[in-house]
Design a protein. Structure first.
Length: 750
């Protein structure tokens, strides 16, 4: 009998592998090791010990840790994710660990990121400070000794700055044996973490907040696992409730995770948490430098930060003893990972992680996802409601803004439409400009009038790689593909019929900016879209400038809809509510409603009453009809009926299978054969749709086909996973150049 270990390799290869533990190595579950794997060496993580026959087994090459890097809890959670989302456990571990902890044979020293150290100074052991100070003549020397005497160990740069001494002064003291220098590990901070924040506002909770907090804190105190769905309109004070619940969690000696949809879009929220919890908060996200992420990750694992805030991947933070997980804006689709695997939904993983830890989970939103609403209706989640905005400065709660619809089709018919902005919207803008109030305009489309069409033959230039229309980008006089980034010169004539009658179809943010310039030449406009926010920090600058009143109109894509709070905004105009609403996706109506509700929530948040104008060619669409009345419940009821009728989530389960490759015929055949195999495994227990060419048939030179597995909720997720895995096993890996991606609970249907 020999000592053996079960190891998960950090590769897409499924399963665990047994290795012999050499007698001179100490390995524990959760440690990182290097093992021979096929013909190469790869990193693996030990997940189990065993004893057995070592014949024909390979041995672990080396151990990378002195103690476990991954806790048992994270190992169990990642194993669950792999099983549920049909990917390898190694893929999930790769997503969990920061780059600096992932060994590869190619990188120098195994990993590309190292520990950062800084030179620190301290007094040599046993020296008598008073005697030394009496003896020394240099003032700078004395000052430096003084600082080290009071502060202990100090980074050299700091000590020199405080004392005014130079590095040669320090060197002299070190040579005299009075001071010692040491290289000590320091934590690299991500941008913004070192920024000072204002102390928090002191507020007294209003009754709806108190009721919500009491429910949550009851569960936190009694450690009874509960998932709450906190449905609170924008500005109802949800963040304040989160903060109090977090306080109680820390007081109980527990830790917490706060998930936010995207860090760049939520600077205000992150600042508020930091104002309350200061250096107890760590931020973890993928845009941090590899070094900062590596440092933050290890600091969290070592228990230095009891609160972790971050997008999606923060749900995998290496915290122990978790008491509370909060998912803010739980309906946001950015919580779903698409590429690469694991294609997990961070909200659902949060619910599962809380459940496994006996922790409390709070899902908050002004427009909860239909999945979460259905879970609340089924009493799997406890529904908490905060239907009113927080009263401001002793006033009544600011009422929700009034909403009007402008029917663009009718405007066109009576020939009143002169551009993208109807007369009604223009009048409303004019009134705000006269009163020096502010305006937000949403146009969910970027670029200059995106699509070019030939008025003669109707031809629209398409991207040869992606089979989507190219959009016009005026400043550079280019046509651009928004999928693969390909650009070409703006043509002056049609490539099919040679006509020079080329017109612009559809209207982007830049075109609206021009129209505003023509109609309201004095209005100051800030445009916020992908093109104006691509530089780091640009997003924040635009919002700050608008907040300081340096512009009258903030015009932009859906970025302007999220979480902003500007007291002087009294008008929100949606230039074309139809963009997005008519996409071939069963969630299009839900997403359109959520966007309209979100952007409407930006108007009249304080003393001044707000108004919303929605321009549409489909005034009878449910997303419009219910948004008009702020009737979220009505929309949910209507939409859930539709979903039930069609067997879509939350009443059914979906697994999307994507086939990709550079040769169209080969990918189509792969999709067909594979789908036939799947049919055999499923044996009628679920519907199989497809394969069909993807909605966007070709991206980055890759042809794409889809097959959709659709089953009633009564078929357990584990059965669907079993069908798909059986097919994967039998069909084997696709030929080189082709790929198969499995997406469980897909959002955004292709
Ligand atoms: P939400 O997260 O639901 O959008 P917030 O927690 O951000 O709402 O609250 C909206 C605004 O009201 C914030 O400026 C917040 O500081 C303030 N606020 C929240 N609760 C109260 C309260 N009980 N009394 C006074 N102001 C409050
Ligand atoms: Zn033409
Ligand atoms: Zn393209």
């Amino acid at each position: 009998m020999s000592r053996l270990a079960e190891i998960v390799s950090l590769t897409p290869v499924d399963g665990t592998f047994t290795y012999v533990v050499p007698s001179d190595l100490d390995v524990e579950v959760g440690m990182r090791v290097v093992v021979p794997f096929g013909r190469r060496n790869v990193m693996g993580v030990v997940v189990e010990h065993s004893d057995g026959d070592a014949t024909e087994l390979k041995a672990i090459g080396s151990v990378l840790d002195e103690r476990s890097t991954l806790s048992n809890e994270l190992l169990e959670l990642t194993q669950w994710i792999a099983a549920y989302y049909i990917c390898s456990w190694g893929d999930v571990l790769s997503a969990t660990l920061p780059k600096g902890l992932i060994w590869t044979s190619k990188a120098q020293n195994g990993t590309a990121v190292g520990i950062k150290t800084a030179r620190h100074l301290r007094l040599a052991e046993g020296i008598k400070v008073d005697a030394v100070l009496a003896e020394l003549r240099g003032e700078k020397q004395k000052a430096l000794i003084d600082i080290l005497a009071t502060s202990g160990r100090v980074p050299q740069t700091e000590a020199l700055q405080l004392s005014g001494a130079s590095s040669s002064t320090a060197k002299g003291l070190i040579e005299k044996g009075l001071v010692e220098a040491q290289e000590i590990e320091v934590e690299r901070m991500s941008d913004g973490m070192s920024v000072q924040v204002d102390p928090p506002k002191k507020v007294e909770l209003h009754p709806a907040q108190t009721a919500a907090l009491e429910a949550i804190s009851g569960a936190v105190q009694s450690e009874s696992q509960t998932t709450f769905l906190l449905h609170g309109v924008t500005g109802s004070g949800k963040t304040e409730v989160y903060i109090r619940a977090l306080k109680q969690t820390l007081e109980k000696g527990k830790t917490a995770i706060v998930l936010v949809p995207e860090i760049a879009l939520t600077p205000q929220a992150v600042r508020r948490f930091r104002a309350h919890f200061g250096n107890k908060v760590s931020v973890l996200h993928s845009r941090m430098s590899a070094g900062a992420r590596f440092d933050a990750w290890r600091a969290i694992r070592d228990g230095r930060y009891p609160i972790v805030i971050g997008p999606r991947s923060a749900v995998l933070a290496p915290l122990e003893n978790i008491g509370l997980i909060i998912v803010d804006e739980e309906h946001e689709t950015s919580y779903k990972q698409f590429d690469p695997a694991p294609r997990y939904h961070a909200r659902d993983v949060a619910v599962m992680r809380a459940h496994k830890n006996g922790a409390v989970c709070v899902l908050g939103s002004a427009t909860p996802s239909l999945e979460s609403m259905a879970n609340a209706q089924a009493e799997k989640y406890t529904l908490l409601r905060m239907p009113k905005r927080v009263p401001v400065k002793g006033h009544e709660a600011a009422p929700l803004p009034s909403v009007r619809v402008v029917n663009l089709a009718r405007e066109k018919e009576i020939k009143r439409l002169k551009g993208a902005l109807s007369d009604e919207l223009r009048d409303a803008i004019r009134a705000r400009l006269e009163r020096a109030e502010q305006i937000i305009l949403l146009q969910n489309r970027r670029g200059y009038a995106p699509v070019l069409t030939c008025e003669e033959c109707g031809h629209t230039p398409e991207c040869p790689n992606c089979a989507v229309s190219l959009t016009v980008h005026k400043p550079k006089r280019q046509l651009r593909c928004h999928y693969c980034g390909r650009t070409q010169r703006l043509p002056t004539s049609c490539s099919v019929c040679d006509s020079s009658e080329l017109a612009l179809l559809g209207i982007g943010t830049q075109r609206i900016e021009e129209e505003i310039g023509d109609v309201f030449p004095k209005a100051r406009v800030l445009r916020m879209d992908y093109d104006t926010t691509s530089r780091k920090g640009a997003h924040r600058k635009i919002l700050d400038a608008f907040g300081r009143g340096e512009a009258d109109i903030l015009l932009g894509t859906q970025m302007v809809a999220k979480g902003l709070d500007f007291p002087k905004v009294t008008l929100v105009g949606v230039v074309n509510a139809d963009t997005g609403m008519l996409m071939p996706d069963f969630r299009a109506a839900e997403h359109a409603f959520q966007l309209l509700a979100q952007v409407a929530g930006r108007a009249g948040r304080h003393d001044l009453p707000g108004e919303v104008i929605l321009q549409t060619r489909n005034p009878d669409h449910p997303a419009i009809k219910f948004a008009l009345l702020h009737d979220y419940e009505g929309f949910v009821e209507h939409e859930l009926k539709d979903r039930q009728l069609l067997g879509y989530p939350p009443f059914g389960r979906l697994v999307g299978i994507e086939f990709k490759g550079s040769e169209n015929g080969a990918v189509r055949r792969l999709a067909e054969l594979w789908t036939d195999e799947l049919e055999k495994d499923v044996e009628g227990a679920a519907a199989i749709l497809g394969p069909t060419p993807a909605f966007v048939g070709r991206v980055k030179q890759q042809w794409r086909y889809h097959t959709l597995l659709k089953a009633p909720s009564s078929v357990p997720a584990s059965s669907l996973a079993r069908f798909v895995r059986a097919t994967i096993d039998r069909a084997g890996a696709p030929k080189k150049g082709n790929r198969i991606n499995v997406d469980v609970d897909p959002v955004g249907l292709f």
